[in-house]
Design a protein around this ligand. Structure first.
Ligand code: ZN
Ligand code: ZN
Length: 258
């Protein structure tokens, strides 16, 4: 594995280490293409700043720091700077504009929420048997894909649907068709593998294998060690085999402003 476009920094307040440590760890393990994709800064309409993201006041420092480092290490590694961002139907245009204004070169979609995280709004990862919630999650992902703004979908199996398997697979097939149509790959998320989370979810990837949607890998590094995660790589490769996945390798970047 020579690429990883899913990397966070300490600025999101739930990651550790410094950028230079992440970069060195990646280089030492053969990564040639690296992307920083920290959580997109966002101020909700009620005025409160979302707490799991890069604070707006640190955006400049985020870009300045990584730009300086990529210059320093350019002979060894190609580094891009972007964000992991949700697709909120109501807010998308403004979010995309801000992402460009801040200087983001690419985006990956991480649909942690399907609407701005006001009080009482539950995350996608909260267990639920609501078919409406599942459909809305898939709607958002398909719509987000259709905008052409996202390079790939991070942990597409984040939605923790506890209802009927047949309903679930029908919706996942819909996501897979959009993934193929708009050529937006689905990520096997190594953070989920490392931490034994509810994702990667077997039934999801079994369906992706049947539908032949494009698949890529992402370390989702929130620590220096995870800037190269060889243990999870072994498991992800096993999944590719087991579910006969259409693994495309490095995703083709959808550069903003092109
Ligand atoms: Zn995170
Ligand atoms: Zn992430």
């Amino acid at each position: 594995m020579i690429y990883n476009y899913h990397t966070h920094t300490f600025r999101c307040s739930h990651a550790s280490g410094t950028e230079v440590e992440y970069i060195k760890r990646a280089i030492e393990n053969g990564i040639k293409y690296m992307g920083f994709s920290d959580h997109f800064p966002f101020i909700c309409s009620d005025g409160h700043e979302s707490s799991f993201r890069v604070p707006v006041c640190q955006v400049e420092d985020y870009f300045d720091t990584i730009r300086a480092l990529r210059e320093k290490y350019k002979a060894e590694i190609d580094i891009k700077i972007g964000f992991e961002m949700e697709y909120y139907p109501e807010n998308f245009e403004e979010m995309l504009e801000n992402a460009k204004k801040y200087g983001a070169e690419y985006l990956i979609m991480g649909e942690h929420f399907t609407e701005e995280e006001l009080e009482g709004v539950r995350p996608s990862s909260a267990p639920s048997d609501s078919t409406d919630k599942l459909k809305n999650y898939v709607d958002c992902i398909c719509e987000g894909m259709s905008t052409g703004a996202f390079t790939y979908i991070a942990h597409p199996d984040l939605i923790n649907f506890t209802g009927d398997d047949a309903v679930y697979t029908q919706e996942i097939r819909r996501m897979c068709r959009a993934s193929r149509e708009y050529d937006v790959p689905l990520e096997i998320n190594f953070l989920g593998i490392r931490e034994g989370r509810a994702y990667p979810r077997d039934l999801f990837w079994e369906t992706v294998g049947e539908e032949k949607a494009p698949v890529t890998f992402g370390f989702d590094a929130h620590s220096v060690r995870a800037a190269f995660d060889g243990d999870s790589l072994v498991k992800a490769k096993e999944m590719v085999k087991k579910y006969n996945l259409n693994y495309i390798g490095m995703p083709k970047l959808k550069l903003l402003g092109e």
